[in-house]
Design a protein around this ligand. Structure first.
Ligand SMILES: [Zn+2]
Length: 204
C-alpha cells in the first residue's frame, strides 16, 4: 500500500512537471532580410517581434522549449532561382531582428538553421527541429511560406499546432496568399489564436 502511494505521488509529480513543459514556442525566421529594409522584406514583418517577445517571456516562465529557426543559405543555391538572394550565412540580413529578445542563456533555446543546400527548406522541421513538447505555438515569417510549411509538418507529425495569428505576416505575392494559408492551416485542424488569447489561456 505504501509503495502504491509513493508511486502515485511520483506519478502526480511527473505529470505535473510534464504539464508545465509540454508546450514549445517556435519562432520562424524572424530575420532582418524578411523585415522592412531587408532583401526579401515581408510587409510589416517587424510587427511580429512585439507579440513574439511576449510569448518568449511566457515560454521562459513556464519552462518551455524555444526554437528559433533561420534561413541560413549559401551565397549560391538553387533556392535563389525562385527568390531574390536573402539570408546568406554570416551576413547582417541573416541575423535575427535586433529587437527580438532571444534568451541566449536559456538552456532550452535552440537555433535551427535550414536551407543550407539547394533545398527550399521552408519548414523549421527541415532544419532538424524535433520538439519534445506536444503543443507548439508557432509565429514568425512568413505566413504563406515558412510558417505555413512548419505548421503543416507539425500537424503531419502529430503535434498540436497553434498559429499565433497576430505574430505572423505574409509575403502576399498574390494578395490572398496569407489568407489562403491561414484557411489551409485551419482546415488541417491547426488552432488559430492571438497571442493575447494564448496568454490568457495559460493564466486560466
Ligand atoms: Zn530562403
Amino acid at each position: 500500500m505504501v509503495i502504491w502511494c509513493s508511486q502515485k505521488t511520483c506519478k502526480q509529480l511527473c505529470e505535473g512537471k510534464k504539464k508545465m513543459s509540454n508546450k514549445a514556442l517556435i519562432l520562424v525566421d524572424v530575420q532582418n532580410d524578411f523585415c522592412p529594409g531587408g532583401l526579401l522584406a515581408v510587409p510589416n514583418g517587424d510587427q511580429v517581434v512585439g507579440p513574439l517577445n511576449r510569448m518568449i517571456d511566457a515560454a521562459i516562465k513556464n519552462g518551455w522549449e524555444i526554437y528559433a529557426s533561420r534561413d541560413w543559405h549559401p551565397a549560391q543555391t538553387k533556392h535563389f532561382e525562385k527568390w531574390p538572394a536573402h539570408c546568406v550565412q554570416n551576413t547582417p540580413g541573416a541575423e535575427f531582428h535586433p529587437n527580438l529578445r532571444l534568451p541566449w542563456r536559456y538552456p532550452k533555446l535552440r537555433v535551427i538553421s535550414k536551407g543550407l543546400g539547394d533545398a527550399d527548406d521552408y519548414s523549421a522541421f527541415d532544419g532538424g527541429m524535433r520538439p519534445k513538447a506536444k503543443t507548439l505555438y508557432i509565429g514568425g515569417l512568413a505566413t504563406d511560406y515558412c510558417v505555413l510549411w512548419t505548421v503543416k509538418k507539425a500537424v503531419e507529425l502529430g503535434y498540436e499546432a497553434i498559429l499565433l495569428i497576430d505574430a505572423c505576416r505574409a509575403v502576399n505575392i498574390n494578395p490572398d496568399d496569407g489568407d489562403n494559408a491561414v484557411a489551409e492551416m485551419r482546415a488541417l485542424h491547426a488552432k488559430i489564436a492571438t497571442t493575447e488569447e494564448a496568454l490568457n489561456e495559460l493564466h486560466a
